[in-house]
Design a protein around this ligand. Structure first.
Ligand SMILES: [Zn+2]
Length: 223
């Protein structure tokens, strides 16, 4: 027990130091944030601890609105994700929604190999839907690269799902500027890559998806 308490005390001590350093670097930082947050971006990413949203893009508190779940899934019946999206779009007026997957994602791997992982299997069904949608092509991808290929396909599908939500469709219909993107993060090199599934209007969605899908398929072509 003592050890566990010591570890948590470390976190609280870290926090005190961080708050003091932040305030001394930028006096008034917290009192300004207290008044309002004006993030330009909504990040929808994986819950994996190796993919910390703010740090990867070097943004401060107040600059990035974040939603994370296992395998960065956007489902039309998930009130949690939809509520975050609606608040970000309707109230915070973010300009960009970025769906971010990552290489070697455990959730995607479980979906690919039908791993028994308990309750989360029900959530990962959504990634299995992606796998089934692209099953024939995935079978042609060399085994060693198949997880990463499905990670990228999953980003494309979830970004397209984001575009099809009532939140984004309504925003576009009323002329609000909002752009949906799909990125993938490399756990091995710390780099984000734009999968170019970028959509700034309803008309962009299908062509952007098709082009991005062709690019993924080319990158993972056998040989
Ligand atoms: Zn993951």
């Amino acid at each position: 027990m003592t050890d566990a308490n010591d570890q948590l005390q470390d976190l609280l001590n870290n926090n005190k130091r961080w708050a003091a350093e932040t305030e001394s670097r930028e006096p008034g930082f917290f009192s300004r944030l207290l008044k309002q947050q004006t993030p330009q971006y909504l990040w929808i990413g994986c819950a994996d601890s190796r993919v910390p949203a703010n740090e990867l893009v070097d943004l401060l508190p107040g600059e990035l609105f974040v939603h994370r779940n296992v395998a960065n899934v956007v489902v039309h019946s998930d009130l949690n994700c939809l509520s975050v999206m609606q608040f970000a779009v309707d109230h915070l007026k973010v300009r960009h929604i970025i769906v971010v997957g990552h290489s070697n994602c455990g959730g995607v791997k479980a979906a690919l190999y039908d791993t028994r992982v308990g309750l989360v299997e029900n959530w990962i069904r959504h990634v299995q839907d992606v796998r089934h949608m692209h099953r024939e092509w995935l079978d042609t991808v060399p085994e060693a690269r198949r997880v990463d290929a499905l990670c990228e396909l999953n980003v494309l599908e979830q970004a397209r799902n984001a575009c099809h939500t009532t939140v984004v469709r309504d925003a576009w219909a009323r002329g609000q500027e909002i752009v949906v993107h799909g990125w993938v993060y490399g756990l091995h090199n710390g780099l984000l890559e734009d999968l170019a599934v970028t959509a700034a209007s309803a008309a962009d969605v299908d062509p952007a998806y098709r082009q991005a899908l062709a690019a993924v398929k080319q990158r993972y072509a056998a040989g």
